[in-house]
Design a protein around this ligand. Structure first.
Ligand SMILES: [Zn+2]
Length: 221
């Protein structure tokens, strides 16, 4: 099994430390109050956090961003161009976007991103992959070195592998999804990448997830 370095609060909310030649990329920052736990995790890894990469702007993913930036002022903060607006509490929708209500908590942050990225870009070794739907600018990160897919909230594995396009009674993440048809398209596109493992924002890391992803897509279709 690949060494996927997950930091978690009770298995419910996750962040990940991804090793690069120049240090660690932190994917997501969990809820507020998690900075100490994340930094302690990096210390165990024996490398500094050099980048903070956000899958989307919901509060349970950006919650400790400001506290981390204060303690890691050199860390480069990166988010998608689209969700950067939500991080700045700009709740406007683009003319070509569905007019569905933005759901879930968007507390915003004081921290401004040092860099914004779009699908097709790279952050260290990670490929930025489009995964809109849960939020307008949600992205996933594929590590081509071991084909781990850091999928944010496009899928969760809490209560079984599920998309966030349909309510899973065991963990109803879809209640916080902006546009479920778009999210379902993203779930299909991520499945087509044939990841070797799924590392979600909520729940455990799942090895060889393709059949479970197929079942999750079928349930939401
Ligand atoms: Zn979440």
């Amino acid at each position: 099994m690949a060494d996927v370095n997950r930091i978690t609060r009770l298995g419910m909310v996750n962040a990940y430390l991804v090793r690069e030649d120049d240090g660690l990329t932190l994917i997501d920052t969990m809820l507020g109050g998690s900075a100490g736990k994340i930094i302690a995790g990096a210390e165990v890894s024996g490398a500094p956090i050099v980048r903070i990469l956000l899958t989307h702007a919901h509060g349970d993913h950006i919650g400790s961003l400001d506290a981390l930036k204060e303690r890691l002022p050199e860390g480069e903060v990166i988010i998608s161009t689209r969700d950067a607006r939500l991080l700045a509490k700009d709740m406007s929708l683009d003319p070509d976007e569905p007019k569905d209500k933005l759901r879930g908590g968007y507390p915003g942050a004081e921290t401004k991103p040092d860099r914004t990225v779009d699908p097709g870009d790279r952050v260290g070794s990670l490929d930025v992959v489009a995964a809109p739907g849960h939020t307008p600018g949600h992205v996933a990160l594929l590590d081509p070195r071991d084909r781990t897919l850091y999928c944010g909230d496009a899928y969760s594995t809490l209560g079984g592998v599920a998309t966030s396009a349909k309510v899973n009674p065991l963990f109803p993440l879809a209640l916080f999804t902006w546009h479920r048809p778009t999210e379902l398209e993203s779930a299909r596109a991520l499945r087509a990448l044939e990841p070797a493992r799924l590392a979600p924002g909520h729940g455990k890391v799942v090895e060889s997830p393709l059949e479970a992803m197929d079942r999750a897509i079928a349930r939401a279709s």
